[in-house]
Design a protein around this ligand. Sequence first.
Ligand SMILES: Cc1cc2nc3c(=O)[nH]c(=O)nc-3n(C[C@H](O)[C@H](O)[C@H](O)COP(=O)(O)O)c2cc1C
Length: 450
Amino acid sequence: MARAAIVPAAGLGSRMGADKALLPLAGKTAIERVVATCRAAGCRDVLVVRRNGAAALPSGLAATVVGVPPGGAMADSLRAAQTNLASDVTAVLVFPVDHALVEADTALALLACLGPETEVALPLYRDRPGHPIALTRAQFAGIGAPNAVLREVVRAAGSRVRAVPTANPWVHADLDHPEDLRAAQCALAGAPWSTVAQMFRHRSHRAYRPEPIPAEQLERLVDAARHASTSSFIQAYSVVAVTDAAQRAACARLCADQPHIHSAPVFAAVCADLHKLAAACGQHGTSLQAQSFELFLQATVDAALLGQNLQLAAEAEGLGACMIGAARNHPIELAALLGLPPHAYVVFGMTLGRPADDPVPRGRMPLAGVLHWERYDTARTAEVLALADAGMRAWSRRTNAERGGYQGRPVSEQKGWSERMATLWGARSDYAQSRRTLVEELRRLGFGLE
Ligand SMILES: Cc1cc2nc3c(=O)[nH]c(=O)nc-3n(C[C@H](O)[C@H](O)[C@H](O)COP(=O)(O)O)c2cc1C
């Protein structure tokens, strides 16, 4: 009853820009973590599949390296490993190096349920299967057929496949992008999906599955979100959650008719709201200084902090979100549609739901353009812009190649970040013009801005 683990680690790691097996994870490389996990899960043999010519693995690794020609697929790696399995192996754990943060308890649980009735076991996190996958040797033999892929081998096992619930979200997470690595490193420094890890995993989602968000979940998320810091404890925000399809469509029409507002089960209008302050002043025989620009700013910042917290909380619970600044296209009409009282406006909306898209992460400009020590350093600006341009072009290339474009359209692979910003906010842009009435509209909504 010998168990073997096969660890595919033959990829180039081109998206990551580094050999995944050698990524540093809390004092160990990714491959050392995976091999240790496989051993802890009772695997006597660990076969690591590497492309010929790849960098050497750390010395003393308790594993056998199986070489494959460069450029093959995962199934080719598995076939190469298959021919190297010892004859007494009865169970195989396929453990891609991407899943280096999966713990031994998950692997053990998968291997433990293999038997006459269960020939394939895969981990289930939040109703979605992930990796690693345990198979009886007989089932794994299916990978030997010409052109076989693991997914089909699993599918063919039909009723002999068992999904094993796990609390470990890393069964879903690939180490594909530098943000994934940073998220993994943060998680190892704290709990899985620590808040900081979650931040690195952020992407705006613009397509959603139709199922509604339960009211109690939305309440929990907004409740958590409103624990953001708030200027002088004024709590100058409110959220209008729009779930009714007709009301959402009406909101969408006022927000450039963005399709994700129609498809998301929730459109949350995140409002700067001085109404309660005004009422508090009224109760105490005075009136609100609603003309104050400072107060407008405080309410707007308060709302933005709540909004960001809401997005982060939603992402932490597996939802996707996208902020909708187009909510300021027609602020008076949107306020009327949502029945906002005086002294309130929608700073931005937010679509929320279970994501149905998988956008290429945008990354961000180099940190050197954002974090300065002691004094702002303008000497770095040109280099930062050049790197931001390169990052934007790389994102465009990937988005075109892997997603067929952005929201159904090809993205220019020539334009860098700086050119895009110059188009958006340069003197010849009419984008700012489209919001030129905003100040007057905010005044009419009860913000003095003086
Ligand atoms: C205040 C605010 C308003 C935004 N408005 C919109 C919007 O109206 N429509 C949209 O699709 N995305 C909108 N976004 C999302 C940004 O386009 C997105 O955050 C940015 O391109 C970076 O991509 P990422 O969030 O996937 O990293 C908005 C973001 C913010 C912060």
